[in-house]
Design a protein around this ligand. Sequence first.
Ligand code: CU
Length: 108
Amino acid sequence: MRALATAAALMVALAAVSGCAKPQAPRTFTVTMADMGYQGVPPSLRTGDKITWVNDDIFQHTATAKDGSFDVDLVPKAQATTVMTHPGTIDFYCRYHPGMTGRLSVAG
Ligand SMILES: [Cu+2]
């Protein structure tokens, strides 16, 4: 018990020293597919954040990452959630309507 408490205290101290004391909680953003476009694309994301994709259009759409990190295919009124698993710039598009494009910026 005492050893556990000591270990926990040590970890807290180490986290404080290394600047990791306050890991930021993951956030969830909603991107809406409407009028043949993506609306509400967040300007910046962090690894671990989620995006809930909502198809509010009358057409089927996808959100397909060019780097393969996600690919959601949604009929009208459907939705799905993806997690940002790695940092970087991720371009995405709709496989049915190549003119529909967007870009995500994910920080580490
Ligand atoms: Cu589409």
